[in-house]
Design a protein around this ligand. Structure first.
Ligand code: ZN
Length: 423
């Protein structure tokens, strides 16, 4: 079945049509989770999925599963999908490309009159972005047993609305239990949100792992002092300490290229007055790497150097790790099936690690999971200018089609059944 292809034009038109919901003047979308606009995009997906012959189920945290039945109704399904919500100034492809790519797989199988052994579920995961309700990926987190359902439903947005209330308001408070059923394999198709593929001239990223990340909060305490009268050698300047530490954090990321990332994204100096030497400073650090051992190494180097700088300036230093998200290795069999699909389709591909968190990172805890990346222009994402080419969109969906078909097994084709690993 190597000649089987998705309809690239239909996929592109679906993306364009969906992007009208919440369209922004700068060409992006604003579809915050569980708003009226999110409801509209969900309604449209459900309508399209039903038109493609899918049965739609909605679980208690609002995840939508559109099922294309398989020959064996009792078999564990193959899952594919992503999210439909966006950042406030988001792009037209982050998330929704994976959802509509999954739908296009169903449509292409319908066109080719192919029956699969296993059912295929195309999924929309609720509130992936974490922009309206923190944390991100909360609903796939419930699916994977990372969060309790009530914990997710009780998250509040800035107006005090709970996630549960927001679900009820838009009519997506489903009846199904969240998760708890076996999944044969899961694939998420997504834009890279980085520039590795574009720079290296590859169309397909075979995602082998998701980055781990650790978040820290640092407080430095020195002495507030008069900026005009305090001699330089008598100062305990907390902001100066932070400046040297920030420079080290950047170095730390660069020392662990190509996958290391280290960022200070937030800083507060006190009293924040132009003629007072700052006696206190608070800032945050985020460190990313796909290997646990390297994260440990970065952690140790960070603590050692921060403590050295604090001593040098005479500051009291407190560093606290507030979040530890372990790296996610994807399943070998899923990685292989994605790589094989790209190879058979003649698409240039390369192994890649995901820098961002994705629903697939949680799903990987309960099912063999893989991801497929396509490039996005300039690596730009979480930005209204986010852009992909129709050719990239089509190529990624073709890889997804063959990965899903290979995993779901084609009725009557022993070739397609060659990859059926144990769950
Ligand atoms: Zn996304």
């Amino acid at each position: 079945m190597t000649d089987l292809r998705v309809d690239g034009l239909r996929l592109w038109e679906s993306l364009e049509r969906m992007a009208q919901i919440g369209a922004t003047p700068k060409g992006g979308v604003c579809r915050l989770a569980l708003t009226e606009l999110d409801r509209e995009s969900r309604d449209m997906f459900v309508q399209w999925a039903r038109a493609a012959g899918c049965q739609v189920r909605i679980d208690q945290v609002g995840n939508i599963f559109a099922r294309r039945p398989g020959r064996d109704a009792g078999a564990a399904p193959v899952l594919t999908g992503s999210h439909a919500d966006s950042q406030p100034t988001g792009g037209k492809y982050d998330g929704i490309y994976g959802v509509l790519g999954g739908l296009e797989v169903v449509r292409a199988l319908n066109d080719a009159h192919i029956e699969t052994e296993r059912p295929i579920d195309v999924v929309i995961w609720t509130n992936e972005e974490g922009s309206r309700f923190a944390p991100a990926m909360i609903a796939s987190g419930v699916f994977a047993g990372v969060y309790a359902l009530n914990h997710a439903l009780s998250r509040v947005d800035r107006d005090g609305t709970t996630l549960g209330e927001a679900l009820r308001k838009i009519g997506y408070d489903g009846a199904e239990d969240v998760g708890g059923f076996p999944v044969h394999a899961a694939f998420e198709l997504h834009i890279e949100q980085g520039a590795i593929l574009e720079r290296s001239g590859h169309t397909i990223g075979v995602v082998t792992a998701g980055q781990g990340q650790r978040w820290y909060e640092v407080t430095l305490v020195g002495t507030d002092a008069h900026a005009g009268t305090t001699p330089m050698d008598l100062r305990r300047d907390a902001l100066l300490g932070a400046a040297r530490m920030i420079d080290f954090v950047d170095t730390l990321g660069r020392q662990h290229a190509p996958y290391g990332r280290a960022t200070v994204g937030m800083i507060e100096a006190r009293p924040n007055s132009r003629n007072t030497v700052p006696g206190e400073c608070f800032f945050t650090i985020e460190v990313h790497h796909p290997e646990p051992a390297v994260l440990d190494e970065m952690n140790n180097a960070l603590r050692q150097e921060l403590s050295r700088i604090a001593d040098e300036i005479g500051l009291a230093e407190g560093i606290q790790q507030i979040f530890d998200y372990a790296p996610v290795p994807f399943a070998t069999e899923c990685i292989d099936v994605v790589r094989q699909a790209a190879f058979e389709l003649g698409l240039s591909h390369v192994d890649i690690v995901s820098g961002a968190g994705h629903d697939a990172c949680y799903v990987a805890r309960v099912a063999p999971t893989g991801m497929i990346f396509i490039p996005c222009e300039g690596g730009l994402s979480h930005n209204e200018g986010e852009a992909i080419s129709p050719e990239w969109a089509e190529a990624g969906a073709n890889v997804l089609l063959h990965a899903v078909l290979s995993s779901a097994g084609m009725v009557g084709d022993n070739q397609a059944l060659r990859w059926i690993p144990a769950v």
